[in-house]
Design a protein around this ligand. Structure first.
Ligand code: IVH
Length: 680
C-alpha cells in the first residue's frame, strides 16, 4: 500500500473540511461561495486521495454518502418511540374546539402559546443519531415499525451525517419530513418527458419513489431534501422546555428546519397564522397541505399525552381541497380486481393544485346518478392531497343542448360480458365473471405483483396486459415459470432483452417475500396489509391459517366476524387451495412462514454472517447493536462457536472474548464497529 506523505494527509483532511463546508453553504445556507465546477473538482480531488489511501478515509467524509450496492429489499426497523399521526381540523370552529380541549386538559384558562408551522406534504422519516452520528433512518411504516432507508436518506445532501457541536444526547430520534421542492420536481419531470419517460404525478409521490429505491445510487440522483420538526426517543439528555427551543436545538446541531415556524398566542394567533400562510401558500418553494399547531410548552405536552394514535397537544389544520372546473369528455367504466364497476370521467386536462388531472372518479353508478353527471357536462373537480381526484358536482349554468341521456349501470360487464350483479343494499355493482374476466384477472395479477404485495417491479398495466394477451400468463402462478419462456417473452412487442431480464429478476426476487406479503398479495376481500401482518404474526404459517376456524381467526387483533368469514370462505374454495399449493411449490418455503420481527434479507452487507456481542457498549445498547446488525443482514447469537463470524467486544468482555480468541474468530471493538456502521 502507498504510504501517504504528511502533505497528502493534511490535504485530505483539509478537503474533507472544505467540501463539507461548501456542502453546507450550498444546501443549507443557500449561499454558495464557489462555482459548481470548483466544488466538483474539490470533490473529485478528495475522492482520488481517498481511493489512493483507503485507510485514511474519514467514515463521515462527504464522499461517503452514497452506498455502493443495491438492497434486495428493505429491512424493518422498530422506532424506539412510536411515530404518531395528527388529528385533522378543517374549520376555525374545529381549531377553537382543539384549543378548548387543550385548556380543559391542562385545567388552565390562560391563553396558550402554540408553535405553528406548515404541514409539509412529503414523507415522514425517523432519524436516529447515536453520539451525534447518523446511525439509522426509517420510514413511518405502521407507526411502530418502519422500513430501514438509512442508505437512501444518507444521500440527501442537506442532512448532516454527524451533528454539529459537542453536546449531543446519547441516543436521539429526530422526526423529519423529506420532500422534493417544486422547482426541482418541475425540472425532473421536464427531463423525464424529454427522455420519453412517464412523468411523475406530484412531488410527494416523486419523493416516496426516490426513498423507496433499493439502489441508493438512484436515490442520490433525486433532488430530495428535508426539514426536521421534532424529537422522538431521547436518551442521556435533558429536553428543551419548549417546542421553539427544540427547533433551535435542531438548528444548532446543523439540522435543516422549516423557516416558516413560530410561536403564536392562542386560537386567534393560530387562525391568523393559518390565513397568512394560506395566502402565501402557492409562493412557497415546496408543497404544504395545512398548518400544524403544537402546544409550545413541553411539560404541557407531556401532561396532555395521547388519545389513540394522536397527540392531544398537537393538531393539523388542513387547507381546503383545491377545486377546479373542467369538461367531461366521456365516461368510461373500469372493472377492478374484485369486479367492482367504477364509472370514471375522462376530462379535458386541468391543473389542480399543481398536478395535471385527466380522469376523476365518479365512485359508483348511484353516486353518478345522484350528481347527474353526463358526457359534455362542465363539472367541478376536487383533489385533496394524495387522494384520487373526484367529480364534486355538475356546474348547472353550463347545461348543453342535446345532452345525452344519463348513463345507467350496464347489465353485462363491459369487458367480459358476464352478468353484472348488485346485491340489495349495496352501492357497488360487480361483474360476476370472476377470474374469467380479463379485467379482474389483470387487476389480480397487478395487485399480486404490486410493491406492497410481492413487489415485482415493472408489472404495470401494459406488461400485465401483454402477458395475459399473449397467453404466457393466465394465473399468478404462471409468473414463476416465465423463466423458461425467455424467447417468447422477448418476442413480445415492446419487451427488449434488458426489460425481460429485469422482469425475470424481479419475479425471482419475489420468491423471498414472507407470509405477510403473500397473504396480502392473495387479495382476500377485507384483508389489507395490516390484517395480513396480524394474521401472519399470530399464526406463523400458511398451513395454520388455512386450518383455522372462524372462531380462532377472531382471536387475532384486527379480525372481527366479517373478516374471519371472508378468510374462511377464501380458503374453503378448492380453486384457491389449489392455487396456493401451486404457488407455494415455486417459492421454496419463504411464503409459507412469517418473517421474524426483523427481516433478514439475503444480499445485505452482512448477510450470512453470525455475530456475537459481549461486554459493555458505550455508544449504544446491546439491543441497538443487535437490531442494527440484523438490519444489515447478520444473525446475532448468544454464544461463540465455530460458526461465529465476528465478535463485537465492548468493555470487560469476559469469557466469550477468550473463546473467540481461541477459535481464531475475528474480534472487533466498539470503535471499529461504529466506524464500519458509518460506511454501511
Ligand atoms: S408533528 C406528534 N409536524 O404529518 C406529532 N408532522 O399526520 C406528529 N407532518 O406523519 C407529527 N409536517 O409526516 C408534524 N410540521 C409537522 C409536519 C408533520 C408534516 C406529517 C408527518 C406525520 C403526519 C402526521
Amino acid at each position: 500500500m502507498n504510504n501517504p506523505t504528511p502533505d497528502a494527509i493534511q490535504r485530505l483532511n483539509h478537503l474533507v473540511a472544505i467540501v463539507r463546508e461548501h456542502n453546507d453553504r450550498y444546501h443549507r445556507q443557500d449561499d454558495p461561495t464557489i462555482s459548481d465546477h470548483e466544488y466538483d473538482s474539490l470533490f473529485q480531488e478528495l475522492l482520488e486521495l481517498e481511493t489512493r489511501f483507503p485507510h485514511l478515509v474519514d467514515p463521515h467524509s462527504p464522499t461517503r454518502r452514497v452506498g455502493a450496492r443495491p438492497l434486495a429489499e428493505f429491512a424493518n426497523l422498530t422506532h424506539k418511540q412510536p411515530m404518531l399521526s395528527l388529528s385533522n381540523r378543517f374549520s376555525p370552529e374545529d381549531v377553537t374546539t382543539f384549543d378548548r380541549q387543550v385548556r380543559e386538559g391542562l385545567e388552565v384558562t390562560e391563553i396558550i402559546d402554540y408553535y405553528a408551522e406548515p404541514k409539509l406534504d412529503g414523507l415522514a422519516i425517523n432519524l436516529t443519531y447515536i453520539n451525534g452520528i447518523l446511525t439509522s433512518a426509517a420510514t413511518r411504516g405502521d407507526g411502530q415499525v418502519g422500513e430501514d432507508v438509512t442508505l437512501q436518506i444518507r444521500t440527501i445532501p442537506i442532512l448532516p451525517l454527524k451533528l454539529s457541536g459537542k453536546d449531543h444526547p446519547h441516543t436521539v430520534e429526530i422526526r423529519a419530513e423529506t420532500f422534493i421542492p417544486l422547482a426541482a420536481f418541475a425540472k425532473m419531470n421536464a427531463q423525464l418527458q424529454k427522455q420519453g419517460e412517464k412523468t411523475l404525478v406530484n412531488p410527494r409521490n416523486a419523493a416516496a419513489g426516490a426513498i423507496r429505491q433499493l439502489d441508493p445510487r438512484i436515490t442520490a440522483r433525486r433532488p430530495l431534501t428535508l426539514f426536521c420538526y421534532g424529537l422522538g426517543w431521547v436518551e442521556g439528555w435533558s429536553l428543551p422546555t419548549t417546542q421553539e427551543a427544540i427547533i433551535q436545538q435542531l438548528q444548532q446541531w446543523g439540522l435543516p428546519t422549516c423557516p416558516e415556524g413560530g410561536v403564536v398566542p392562542g386560537v386567534d394567533g393560530c387562525l391568523d397564522f393559518f390565513s397568512r400562510l394560506g395566502e402565501r401558500r402557492h409562493t412557497l418553494p415546496y408543497e404544504i397541505d395545512g398548518v400544524v399547531y403544537k402546544v409550545n410548552r413541553v411539560d404541557w405536552q407531556k401532561t396532555l399525552g395521547f388519545r389513540h394514535r394522536d397527540p392531544r397537544w398537537a393538531t393539523a389544520h388542513k387547507f381546503p381541497a383545491v377545486e377546479v372546473a373542467t369538461l367531461v369528455e366521456a365516461i368510461d367504466i373500469q372493472v377492478g380486481r374484485t369486479g367492482a364497476l367504477t364509472p370514471v370521467a375522462r376530462l379535458q386536462p386541468v391543473h389542480v393544485g399543481g398536478v395535471e388531472v385527466t380522469n376523476a372518479t365518479l365512485h359508483n353508478f348511484e353516486e353518478m346518478a345522484r350528481k347527474d353527471i353526463r358526457p359534455g357536462d362542465r363539472v367541478l373537480i376536487r383533489r385533496a392531497g394524495d387522494v384520487i381526484p373526484e367529480v364534486v358536482r355538475r356546474l348547472p349554468e353550463a347545461i348543453i343542448e342535446n345532452r345525452p341521456p344519463p348513463m345507467v349501470c350496464p347489465s353485462q360487464c363491459p369487458v367480459c360480458g358476464s352478468a353484472v350483479i348488485k346485491p340489495d343494499g349495496e352501492t357497488v355493482a360487480r361483474c360476476s365473471g370472476g377470474l374469467s374476466c380479463f379485467a379482474q384477472r389483470r387487476e389480480t395479477i397487478k395487485h399480486f405483483a404490486s410493491r406492497r404485495a410481492m413487489n415485482i417491479d415493472g408489472m404495470g398495466d401494459k406488461i400485465c396486459t401483454l402477458l395475459l394477451q399473449s397467453g404466457l400468463v393466465t394465473t399468478v402462478a404462471d409468473l414463476y415459470s416465465l423463466q423458461h419462456q425467455r424467447e417468447k417473452l422477448m418476442g413480445l412487442e415492446r419487451l427488449g432483452e434488458k426489460s425481460v431480464d429485469n422482469l425475470l429478476e424481479a419475479i425471482d426476487n419475489s420468491r423471498k417475500r414472507s407470509l405477510e406479503y403473500f397473504l396480502f398479495a392473495l387479495g382476500i376481500r377485507d384483508v389489507g396489509e395490516r390484517t395480513a401482518v396480524s394474521l401472519a404474526r399470530h399464526f406463523g404459517t400458511m398451513a395454520a391459517i388455512m386450518a383455522s376456524s372462524q372462531e380462532t381467526l377472531q382471536e387475532v387483533p384486527d379480525v372481527g366476524p366479517v373478516v374471519a368469514h371472508k378468510v374462511c370462505e377464501f380458503f374453503a374454495s378448492p380453486q384457491n387451495r389449489e392455487m396456493i399449493k401451486h404457488l407455494l411449490a415455486v417459492a421454496d418455503t419463504h411464503w409459507a412462514t412469517a418473517a421474524q420481527s426483523t427481516a433478514i434479507p439475503h444480499n445485505r452487507p452482512l448477510a450470512g454472517q453470525t455475530w456475537v456481542i459481549t461486554g459493555t457498549l458505550t455508544a449504544m445498547t446491546r439491543d441497538q447493536a443487535k437490531s442494527r446488525l440484523e438490519s444489515l443482514g447478520a444473525k446475532v447469537t448468544a454464544t461463540v462457536s465455530k460458526k461465529t463470524t465476528r465478535l463485537l467486544a465492548g468493555e470487560n468482555p469476559g469469557s466469550k472474548w477468550q473463546t473467540a480468541k481461541n477459535l481464531g474468530i475475528m474480534i472487533v471493538n466498539e470503535k471499529e464497529f461504529m466506524e464500519s456502521l458509518a460506511h454501511e
